[in-house]
Design a protein around this ligand. Structure first.
Ligand code: AMP
Ligand code: ZN
Length: 485
């Protein structure tokens, strides 16, 4: 499989550290508010990556943190803790907020068919691991104490900026956002590993440490959790593109300084979902959540389909018009699948199956091109092979795409059958209530049978006989109805 690696800025052949096994780490949500659908685009594309690696035969272990402490207003670890702000907004404790929004996050994931990672670790559960790492960093001279906090010294590294598109000026963003710069830092890029002193000393969650009572910085949690569960050689680290700098850059700095060798080989970054007016936000205007989509009548699967139609390395614009187009396309796709016969009793044509499957594999092997993966689905529908083969392929692709294709098609088929049954019942009820209607319906059935036997003379005779009684027959694609003059 070719995968774009942000660290080398190239598409590379994916080769894990241990043959057949993949260790995968995902930066999880900061649980101070609901996830917006932009956040969920990132988790969805990571979900596809995990599922495709499993599909390709790898034994994947995926770990995700839950940020419930230490993520400050600015990613350059300045300002107030987001969790504390959330708790104050809702007049609850930080732990109450964390529990509520963690549950909400996984409920959203479930609606979008995003699998829960094998290990989910709240940041507050690994404090000892961060303390041990910080001690090592201090011993090795990569960290220093200033003004009560412990900082990572970026000047000690040969190379700090890994993802080339980022540079020191990007650190000014936090300051522009109304957050004051930290005067304790020796270098502009240095970052906090452990806080004991902060202007915001009403921090709710604090722990004992060799440097006093305090709390960890945001970046150390991902390094600590990843090293704890996935060891010193990580295959893939994922996140949204905004995480590349400073968060991932800092993770690399502290992890490699701590373990003394290269750490993660492939960096997978998902580009942002934006609105027509720009960046997606949790504070201004309409806050786009999965619940809002549902309130407006959209099936969350349509949002997944919308995201999968474009490549994860392209930014994507969300609009209600784009969603409406996705509804039409998704419903058409489901209708075409529903038209296939699941009870044909035919055998799967293994040759056709393997030939068609190559199309899907080729698309996904090419830096996870989900858009072409979906095209491969349409290729199946168009192919000259039997329904059993088509359905088997759709089921196979959907283990990766997770668009609920067969479930939704079965639901549609059932809905259509129920509609037909209701119509038949309405006719039968009308017939039971009125002998004349019963006579007309019996005549319609007799005419249908005559036509089937190609006895058109008899069919015409029945129609004329009804006409003489003032009944006009109307033939439609759905069958024959009538009108009494
Ligand atoms: P957070 O909960 O803020 O830590 O973000 C959770 C994940 O969503 C991170 O991987 C972010 O990089 C990612 N993310 C943030 N904004 C967007 C966006 N507009 N589109 C896609 N991913 C995003
Ligand atoms: Zn992280």
């Amino acid at each position: 499989m070719l995968l774009y690696n942000s660290a080398t800025r190239k598409r590379e052949e994916f080769i894990p550290h241990v043959e057949g096994k993949v260790s995968m780490y995902t930066c999880g949500p900061t649980v101070y508010h609901f996830a917006h659908i932009g956040n969920l685009r990132t988790y969805m594309m990571e979900d596809v990556l995990e599922k495709y690696l499993r599909y390709a035969g790898y034994d994947v272990t995926r770990v995700m943190n839950i940020t419930d402490v230490g993520h400050l207003s600015s990613d350059a670890d300045e300002g107030e803790d987001k969790m504390l702000k959330g708790a104050r907004r809702e007049k609850k404790t930080v732990m109450e907020i964390a529990k509520f929004y963690t549950d909400a996050f996984f409920a959203d994931c479930e609606k979008l068919n995003i699998k829960t990672p094998d290990i989910v670790q709240p940041a507050t559960g690994c404090i000892n691991e961060y303390i041990a790492m910080i001690e090592t960093l201090l011993e090795k001279g990569y960290a220093y104490e200033a003004g009560g906090n412990i900082y990572f010294d970026t000047s000690k590294l040969e190379k700090y900026y890994i993802f080339n598109d980022f540079k020191e000026e990007d650190l000014d963003v936090g300051v522009r956002e109304g957050v004051e710069a930290d005067g304790n830092k020796r270098n502009k890029a240095d970052f906090v590993l452990w806080f004991t002193k902060s202007k915001f000393d009403d921090q709710e969650l604090k722990w004992e440490s060799p440097w006093g009572i305090g709390y960890p910085g945001w970046h150390i949690e991902c390094s600590g959790i990843s090293l704890k569960y996935l060891g010193e050689y990580l295959d893939i680290h994922c996140g949204g593109i905004d995480n590349a700098f400073p968060h991932h850059t800092n993770e690399i700095a502290q992890s490699e300084a701590c373990i003394g060798h290269d750490w993660c080989k492939y960096w997978f970054h998902v580009l942002h979902l934006n609105t027509n007016s720009g960046k997606m936000s949790k504070s201004k205007g309409e806050f786009l959540t999965v619940s809002l989509l549902e309130e407006k009548g959209y099936d969350p699967m349509v949002y997944r389909f919308f995201c999968l139609q474009s490549h994860y390395r392209k930014s994507l614009v969300f609009s209600w018009e784009n969603m409406d187009n996705a509804v039409v396309a998704y419903n058409k796709l489901i209708a075409r699948i529903a038209a296939l016969n699941p009870h044909s009793g035919e055998a799967v044509d293994t040759e056709a199956y393997e030939t068609l499957r190559t199309g899907f594999v080729k698309a996904m092997d090419n830096d996870m091109n989900t858009s072409l993966g979906i095209t491969a689905l349409y290729d199946v529908l168009k192919a000259k092979t039997n329904d059993a083969t088509k359905l088997a392929l759709i089921e196979n692709y959907d283990t990766v795409l997770s668009l609920s294709l067969l479930d939704r098609a079965a639901a549609l088929r059932q809905k259509e059958e129920e509609k037909k049954a209701a119509e038949a019942k309405a006719l039968a009820d009308a017939a039971a209530a009125d002998p004349f209607v019963a006579e007309i319906l019996a005549a319609i059935e007799a005419r249908k049978a005559a036509k089937k036997e190609r006895n058109f003379a008899e069919a015409d005779r029945i129609r004329d006989e009804l006409a003489a009684k003032g009944v006009t027959l109307i033939d439609t694609a759905q069958g024959t109805t009538y009108k009494i003059d």
